[in-house]
Ligand binder design. Structure first.
Ligand SMILES: Nc1nc2c(ncn2[C@@H]2O[C@H](COP(=O)(O)OP(=O)(O)OP(=O)(O)O)[C@@H](O)[C@H]2O)c(=O)[nH]1
Ligand SMILES: [Mg+2]
Length: 481
């Protein structure tokens, strides 16, 4: 096991005997799951495009995107064989959920209120390093969906009545927030709640990213909706800098279509046959018959699979066949950028993010426990100061810095140090740098960070300086040993 989850597992063993029954359960759950892939919850408003995005990331059309019970149930997509879906009921039992043509069914066959979540095991490469948690939309007409999402992501019910053991049961390590169109107050509110309910680990700027979805629908119907979406995403990222580390625009539908083998040579031919037909004429296709030689039924299917912009603009990218169209869809969809952002800002910190959540959950279990809270907190504090868990301190410092002093020059430095890279890379040195040079540079930077901490005006900057100094000392020590 990686040293970070191993240290957390040890902490669980240490604190378990000191906790009450619920707390012991929590510690056991944390211990069992700390070595798992990062749990990423996909959250956002109803019909924002969450499930479509999940499908695109997984590369399968498995999550239902129409109405139906499954869209109202929290669904986990995990790596696993044999491929199967299970219902996890509130009473702790499990039931098989048969897939239909590789998709989740419309109905669950069990009263929805009994179902805690659906767990789908797939052998999809994208799930090797992350478990995706698709959640029901927020701000729906029924409050139940929202409760399900809040529980899945926050591990608490809105009234906070959940037992301590529940905290560990259904939480996410990180969040992918799907924004649709403009920013909505309830989305902002949810991000806030995520931050406050997760308390210690409420590191939104370090554990959350944003996707501005349905990018193909942006703009005023002009030639390039993606440029308009990019501009809107940049504005959103600026406005929400403390809540999400970045926002990128993406068209999940186009990526889903491109990645799930939906486009055949025949489709490219159908589109090619419409070349020369003005966009406006295509829009009126339900009222004015199209010229002969166009497969109207197939074209209609393409409108569903590609959206209006996908069809109209895609006509210019299909002359050489389906592969050209698929490549174009993949590129313009922006999903590669979403994956890039995921890698750069979340997956590269997976161990630290999981450890951060684990420690927050254990702290809560201690607070809620009737047992010896002081002794438990002391053990958690000891773990916090363990050099092995220093990456967790870096993340906390980064979170506080982004919230308090987002333009601080220490931010870039802290981000670089907190990245999952090699020590020379953290220092901006060549990979081949000699140990002596690494140690020297690290010591020099440690001293600089220390003095920045001493002269900092804001507490978060002082903390960042202290944590950075320690990071550099640890690098120097590693180089010297
Ligand atoms: N044009 C376009 N439509 C999209 C895109 N992504 C999703 N949609 C459509 O938007 C609708 C809702 O998509 P879903 O993925 O089901 O959205 P959701 O957020 O999971 O919805 P709920 O789970 O019901 O809250 C579907 O009809 C999708 O086809 C996109 O990138 N472009
Ligand atoms: Mg959905």
């Amino acid at each position: 096991m990686h040293p970070v989850p191993a240290r957390i597992a040890r902490l669980c063993d240490e604190v378990a005997p000191l906790l009450d029954e619920a707390g012991r359960q929590t510690a056991a759950t944390i211990r069992d799951t700390v070595g798992e892939p990062l749990r990423l919850a996909v959250v956002g408003r109803v019909k924002a495009g969450k499930s479509t995005l999940v499908n695109a990331l997984v590369g399968r059309r498995i999550a239902p995107t129409a109405a139906g019970e499954c869209t109202r149930t929290v669904t986990w997509y995990r790596y696993g064989a044999p491929e199967r879906a299970e219902l996890h009921l509130h009473d702790g039992t499990r039931r098989d959920l048969p897939l239909h043509d590789g998709r989740l069914p419309e109905t669950l066959g069990t009263p929805a209120e009994d179902v805690a979540r659906i767990v789908v095991h797939l052998q999809a490469a994208a799930l090797r390093d992350k478990t995706l948690i698709d959640t029901p939309g927020l701000a729906t007409l029924t409050g139940e969906n929202e409760d399900a999402t809040r529980k899945a992501v926050l591990g608490v019910s809105p009234d906070g009545s959940e037992a301590a053991s529940r905290y560990a049961a259904g939480q996410a390590d990180a969040v992918l927030f799907v924004f649709r169109e403009a920013e909505r107050q309830d989305e902002v509110e949810f991000l806030r709640q995520f931050r406050s309910a997760t308390g210690e680990l409420g590191a939104s700027a370090v554990n959350a990213i944003g996707v501005l979805s349905q990018a193909d629908l942006f703009g005023d119907g002009g030639a390039d909706p993606f440029a308009a979406a990019d501009a809107a995403a940049a504005r959103l990222a600026g406005a929400r800098a403390a809540d999400v580390s970045a926002v990128v625009a993406a068209a999940g539908l186009l990526a889903e279509t491109a990645r799930t083998g939906l486009i055949r040579e025949g489709d490219a031919r159908v589109l090619a046959a419409t070349t020369g037909v003005p966009d406006q004429r295509l829009r009126l296709r339900h009222r004015l018959p199209l010229p002969d030689g166009i497969d109207v039924a197939a074209l209609e299917r393409l409108y569903t699979a590609l959206g209006v912009h996908g069809v109209h603009e895609g006509r210019r990218h299909c002359a050489t066949g389906a592969h050209q169209l698929v490549n174009w869809l993949e590129t313009v969809s922006g999903l590669g950028r979403v994956e890039d952002l995921l890698r750069r800002s979340l997956l590269c910190r997976a161990h630290a993010l999981k450890a951060m959540r684990a420690m927050a959950v254990l702290t809560r279990a201690a607070d809620a426990s009737e047992a010896d809270t002081g002794a438990v907190l002391a053990l958690i504090e000891q773990a916090r100061l363990d050099p092995v868990l220093h990456p967790v301190r870096e993340l906390r410092a980064l979170r506080n810095l982004v919230a308090e002093a987002p333009t601080s020059p220490l931010r870039v430095e802290l981000e670089q140090v907190a990245a999952d890279s090699s020590d020379p890379d953290r220092l901006g040195l060549a990979e081949t740098a000699a140990a002596g040079d690494i140690a020297g540079e690290a010591r020099r930077r440690a001293a600089a960070a220390q003095s920045q901490a001493a002269f900092a005006l804001l507490p978060a900057e002082a903390e960042a300086g202290r944590v950075l100094a320690r990071s550099y000392q640890l690098i120097a020590r590693r180089a010297e040993s």
